[in-house]
Ligand binder design. Structure first.
Ligand code: ADP
Length: 468
């Protein structure tokens, strides 16, 4: 059994479908043929028994009319018998189980018990090999209870039965062959789209990932499978291309400070310089190295956060406390920044802004947005407001700075993307990508609204602890 199931596992779907189909149809047809054969045999037996019965009655009546076994009786029987059956023989038993008439030489041996049974009114029919026997009770004019036993072989019926068997068997075997062929053909036809898809998928690799699968019929299950696979390919292609551009952007961003540094150092080496000149060159080089360090830190953070095995340390925290901490941190670095934190006036004083989150990550996210607000506005000011809503906490960061152009707005969360207007300011375009990922990890959402020249607003919503 195990071996059969292992073998079935190995064979392909087409063969399996064909075999299943063939076994199913063959069994139905076999059941049909067997019932036809059985029913026909029943019918034949019934008909033959009726003939035997008639024969028995006719014979005993003649026997009674003639009044004993005489030449006349034998002639009468021969005259009346137009349909003699093969090896037929009729025997008449009297009430003492004695044979009073026998048409042949081999009376069928009937047990006295069976004779008594028939005499009691239960006619019987038996089968012994090819012979079929009937026993009939007959009461003659003198009220003697006789039992007439007639037997014969239904040669004609059996030959018809045999013919029927041959027809049914050859019909069954022939149609089985047709069923296997038809099953093989139809399952091949039904599975061709699958093989098509397999062939097409085999030919897709990283080099031609832009290619898409074509399904013959778009609406059926295989069409849907192909469409799903195409969606997957699109996502993969996007991921590939963003990875490729990520790498080229990262290399570019790292190469720029290196090139500047090389230039400065080479110029310094061209001739002898004063100590002040050398000090200035070293300071400039350190500035470039700092830029590189910031970029590499940002990249590492992004890689760490995008890594699935990255462990989050979620714990309950107060958003308002966190915002104040970030404000302090930023002000120690940039004392000229102006950061206003306010609560929505409609909020009750004791409202708590508790969520569950990773302190270090959320600090990083808020720091990026606050810093951007100050960095990209002349007045270096950002307003932070907090609002506890029914199902989340909403934090808005609003500045009246340079704003973001409409065409830049959809891309600002992409790594390395920097708006046209902001290129004059320090930065690598990693902060918002990082921030968005951090907010996503907290099951939150982030939106940006902006008008060029007027200002920008970032809105973050974070769910309450039980929804995290
Ligand atoms: P960076 O500030 O280092 O360039 P970010 O990822 O923080 O990188 O921001 C991406 C881009 O989004 C910025 O280059 C800038 O064009 C735009 N941006 C973000 N915040 C603001 C803001 N408050 N005002 C105007 N532009 C902004």
């Amino acid at each position: 059994m195990v071996r059969i199931s292992r073998w079935i596992d190995k064979i392909n779907i087409r063969l399996r479908l064909t075999l299943l189909f063939a076994v199913l149809v063959a069994s139905i047809m076999l059941a049909f043929s067997l019932s036809v054969y059985y029913l026909y045999n029943q019918f034949r037996e019934k008909e033959f028994n009726e003939r035997l019965h008639n024969k028995a009655i006719t014979t005993v009546r003649l026997f009674e009319d003639v009044g004993g076994i005489t030449e006349e009786l034998l002639h009468a029987i021969e005259r009346n018998d137009l349909t003699t059956m093969y090896q037929e023989e009729v025997t008449v038993y009297d009430s003492q189980n004695r044979i009073v008439y026998d048409s042949g030489k081999n009376p069928y041996k009937i047990t006295p018990k069976l004779l008594a049974h028939a005499r009691a009114g239960h006619d019987f029919s038996l089968r012994d090999g090819e012979k079929e026997i009937v026993g009939v009770r007959y009461v003659d004019k003198r009220k003697n209870v006789l039992v007439v036993v007639a037997y014969a072989i239904d040669l004609y019926g059996f030959s018809k039965l045999e013919r029927l068997r041959t027809i049914l068997f050859t019909g069954w075997a022939g149609s089985l062959l047709l069923v296997v062929l038809a099953g093989w053909f139809f399952s091949g036809d039904a599975l061709r789209p699958v093989s098509d898809i397999i062939e097409q998928v085999k030919n897709i690799s990283a080099r031609n990932i832009h290619e898409r699968l074509k399904a013959r019929r778009q609406k059926d299950e295989l069409g849907q499978l192909a469409a799903t696979f195409n969606d997957l390919l699109s996502r993969l292609e996007e991921a590939f291309s963003s990875q490729r551009s990520f790498v080229s952007h990262a290399s570019h961003e790292l190469r720029t400070p290196l090139t500047i540094m090389m230039g400065q150092l080479e110029v310094a080496l061209l001739q002898k310089r004063t100590v002040e000149d050398y000090q200035q060159t070293i300071k400039d080089a350190i500035d470039e190295v700092k830029k590189m360090r910031d970029l590499i830190n940002g990249l590492l953070e992004l890689a760490r956060i995008n890594n699935d095995i990255f462990q989050l340390h979620f714990r309950p925290l107060n958003i308002d406390d966190l915002l104040w901490q970030v404000r302090e941190l930023l002000l120690t670095q940039f004392p000229l920044y102006n950061i206003q934190i306010e609560f929505d006036e409609s909020q009750q004083e004791e409202t708590e802004f508790k969520i569950k989150g990773d302190v270090a990550l959320l600090q990083m996210a808020f720091l990026n947005i606050m810093e951007n607000g100050c960095k990209y506005s002349e007045e270096q000011r950002v307003n932070v407001s907090l609002l506890a809503q029914s199902d989340n906490i909403r934090i808005s960061f609003t500045d009246r700075g340079i704003g973001i152009a409409e065409e830049d707005l959809p891309h600002i969360f992409e790594p390395f993307y920097r708006g046209e207007t902001s290129k004059s300011r320090k930065g690598h375009g990693i902060g918002l990508a990082l921030t968005q990922r951090i907010i996503q990890l907290h099951n939150g959402k982030i939106w940006a609204f902006s008008q060029l020249g007027k200002g920008t607003q970032f809105v973050i919503s974070l769910p309450y602890p039980d929804e995290v």
